[in-house]
Design a binder for this molecule. Structure first.
Ligand code: SF4
Length: 271
């Protein structure tokens, strides 16, 4: 595998890697010290806002291919201290390789966090039990038919919530604080008052925080909410006593922000 291109925006640096069999995948360096790595070539969850799953799934990355994204990137950017396993792919669908990569990263003294859609639940349980530095479970909707529309090939949200009800109560407050529910606000899809009220109710019940994510327009017909809606949502949830993290500006960027990573060069950046 080799680094074949680097694209820079004012916020992020996008690295494109060519694999031995010719596929390309991408990593993003953000904040100067954090690297978001890919775990699969494509993704079969096919979220409606995400360019990574646009053409489905091709293959898993080996643990070496996951770790090598860091090894190659860190030779150019030695300040990397954190890994986000949040690039192309669903980590739980390639769990053995992701788990091995996680321990390799930890051996190198790196902090490692994850994003996941949550299924299969048996793998989510293993993930939550790891000595991770943060897990964001992408929820995007509490209503099951809405969630199935947004995340076309994820599991049943009722089962996910029931699992979390049982699982998170075993955790200390400190460990619970490292887990959050990811919610990417999409205009006219999951931004209604009742959607946000249900989200708030679930987060309060579980005692978990919420990460509110920016939607990037990647040409799939899904639009972000306006700034006012984003801030109103934040204030509503915060006033309910929920710990809310606003996704940082690095994640709102057509080059490397949420949902923008691509396989084999299909990209906004490439037209
Ligand atoms: S957001 Fe994540 S789980 Fe959904 S299609 Fe993109 S890479 Fe897959």
């Amino acid at each position: 595998m080799k680094l074949c291109s680097i694209f820079r925006s004012p916020l992020n640096t996008l690295l494109v890697f060519k694999l031995e069999d010719g596929y390309t995948v991408e990593s993003v360096l953000y904040r100067g010290d954090s690297l978001c790595v890919s775990s699969q070539v494509g993704c079969n969850v096919e979220c409606i806002f995400c360019a990574s799953g646009r053409y489905g799934f091709y293959r898993n990355l080996s643990w070496e291919e996951i770790v090598n994204q860091y090894c190659i990137a860190s030779a150019i950017f030695p300040a990397i201290k954190r890994i986000a396993m949040a690039g192309i792919g669903e980590v739980l669908h390639n769990w053995e390789n992701c788990k091995k990569a996680f321990f390799k990263f930890k051996e190198k003294g790196l902090k490692v966090s994850f994003y996941t859609s949550g299924f299969p639940l048996s793998k989510l349980e293993e993930l939550l039990d790891l000595p991770h530095n943060g897990v964001t479970i992408s929820l995007h909707a509490v209503d099951s038919s809405l969630r199935n529309m947004i995340m076309k090939h994820s599991g049943n949200v009722e089962e996910l919530l029931e699992f979390l009800r049982n699982k998170v109560k075993q955790f200390s407050e400190k460990k619970r604080k490292k887990i959050s529910l990811g919610y990417l606000l999409m205009k006219g899809i999951n931004d209604r008052r009742e959607d946000i009220e249900r989200l708030g109710d679930v987060a309060s019940e579980l005692g978990l925080g919420i990460t509110l994510l920016h939607c990037n327009d990647v040409g799939l017909g899904i639009e972000p909410v306006d700034r006012e809606t984003y801030e109103r949502t934040f204030l509503y949830l915060r006033d309910k006593g929920i710990r809310v993290t606003l996704s940082n500006r690095f994640r709102k960027d057509p080059l490397g922000g949420c949902g923008t990573l691509t396989v084999n060069g299909y990209a906004v950046k490439n037209g």
